[in-house]
Design a protein around this ligand. Structure first.
Ligand SMILES: *Cc1c(COP(=O)(O)O)cnc(C)c1O
Length: 409
């Protein structure tokens, strides 16, 4: 008895729709990021590695290659070993876990923080625990929220109300319609990673406060990059103290891996005590915690990386405009170039790699809605002006070859 026919039927459908995902084989190299070695796919009969420039990394500031971060990780692995050896319950708190939690609580100006093995797990665990345990919980979720939040809400079995993306009037109306005896939780993000748009945070908080709702904010695509110390949009806007729970990742701008929540001592103790996604999984390796703490501390004190990123983002936008390449305008570091067709998006990404040594992963359904397929560029402080010129001239060439409308965005 084989079940492969069942699996293949669905895989074949994905391929037919142009939504089948192929992962590039890449090896990043210390010291040369955003350059990496690409190993050609076997189906192309290539074996040799060649240099490519990465244009879609979430290691936005190159911190995954920072010498101090690497030193913290290797030093701690040498002194404390590799794995944590169990859950926090079994193995105890390493001093590195506690030091990192203090660093995170300070980053967001909160009493406490709690670590998870990824940002995905932190959203999933925190939202599912809040929704399941708070009396008559209703979670009001922005329709653009990340899969990790959606899955956490689903798992909580709490009532879910979806409000229109970044639409404060809609949120207001939906909060007003709820009975007084409900515990209302407004869940949203600061920077939405696919369109790069930023939420109207002050207005959302004001509406939530008006209705006595708690606020749950995902700052995953903002921590390290916004605010004078990298505390995200909530720090930049001076609003962190009005948010009930701030969630973030250690895997993107901080260049390591892991996730966290911050909030009051009672809130973090509650999640620590009841969240299955915290309790029943091995803690982060102490070396990972030490590396993340070093990265956060560095970005609290240094703005060079943030300024370099903003300069290169502005430069790429300006060069794309000059070349007539349409891109979504937003106030963040994310530059989506809209292709609006899954097959063309993949073709252009393949040609960028094969002809120009440029790596950008096509963004297709279900990450974005069908018909909004795109290439998503994330310039950073490590991209040179020459890198940007090379990218724009490659896009210009392909635009002409592929006859993509110049005014699609
Ligand atoms: C990537 C992402 C996460 C998950 O973070 P990981 O640390 O990668 O698991 C959560 N929320 C948003 C908005 C994300 O883009």
């Amino acid at each position: 008895m084989t079940f492969d026919a069942l699996f293949n039927a669905q895989i074949d459908q994905l391929k037919e729709d142009g939504n089948y995902r192929v992962f590039a084989q890449l090896e990043r190299q210390t010291g040369s990021f955003p350059r990496a070695k690409e190993y050609g796919q076997a189906e192309h009969g290539q074996n040799s590695a060649r240099d490519v420039t990465i244009w879609c990394s979430n290691d936005y500031l190159g911190m995954g290659h920072h010498p101090d971060v690497i030193a913290a990780m290797t030093r701690t692995a040498e002194t404390c070993g590799t794995g944590a050896g169990g859950t926090r319950n079994i193995s105890g708190n390493a001093i590195h876990h506690l030091a990192l939690e203090n660093e995170l609580a300070d980053l967001h100006g909160k009493e406490s923080a709690l670590l998870f093995t990824s940002g995905y797990v932190s959203n999933w665990a925190a939202l599912s625990t809040l929704g399941a345990r708070l009396p008559n919980a209703v979670i009001l979720s922005d329709e653009g929220n990340h899969a990790s939040m959606i899955e956490g809400i689903r798992h909580s079995k709490a009532q879910k109300v979806i409000w229109k993306h970044n639409d404060v009037a809609d949120l207001d109306a939906k909060l007003a319609a709820l009975p007084a005896n409900t515990t209302k939780i407004v869940a949203f993000e600061s920077v939405y990673s696919m369109d790069g748009d930023i939420c109207p945070m002050r207005e959302i908080i004001e509406v939530a406060e008006k209705h006595g709702a708690m606020t749950y904010l995902d700052e995953v695509h903002a921590v390290g990059m916004y605010g004078p110390r990298g505390g995200g949009i909530s720090e930049r806007e001076g609003l962190a103290d009005r948010i009930t729970l701030i969630e973030g990742t250690l895997g993107k701008a901080y260049g390591v891996v892991g996730g966290y929540i911050t909030g009051s001592e009672a809130l973090c103790d509650f999640i620590r005590s009841f969240a299955s996604g915290f309790i029943f999984t091995t803690a982060l390796p102490p070396a990972v915690a030490a590396a993340a703490q070093t990265s956060i501390a560095h970005l609290k004190g240094s703005s060079v990386e943030r300024e370099g990123q903003q300069a290169q983002v502005a430069r790429l936008r300006q060069k794309l405009d000059a070349a007539g390449i349409p891109h979504l305008m937003n106030d963040s570091h994310i530059i989506p170039v809209m292709i609006k067709d899954p097959v063309k998006t993949r073709q252009i990404a393949d040609m960028l790699m094969e002809q120009f040594g440029i790596y950008v992963q096509p963004i297709n359904y279900p990450t974005v809605p069908k018909g909004t397929e795109r290439l998503r560029f994330t310039p950073g402080p490590c991209h040179t002006d020459t890198d940007i010129d090379h990218l724009v001239s490659a896009l210009k060439t392909l635009w002409q070859q592929c006859a993509i409308a110049h005014a699609v965005a």
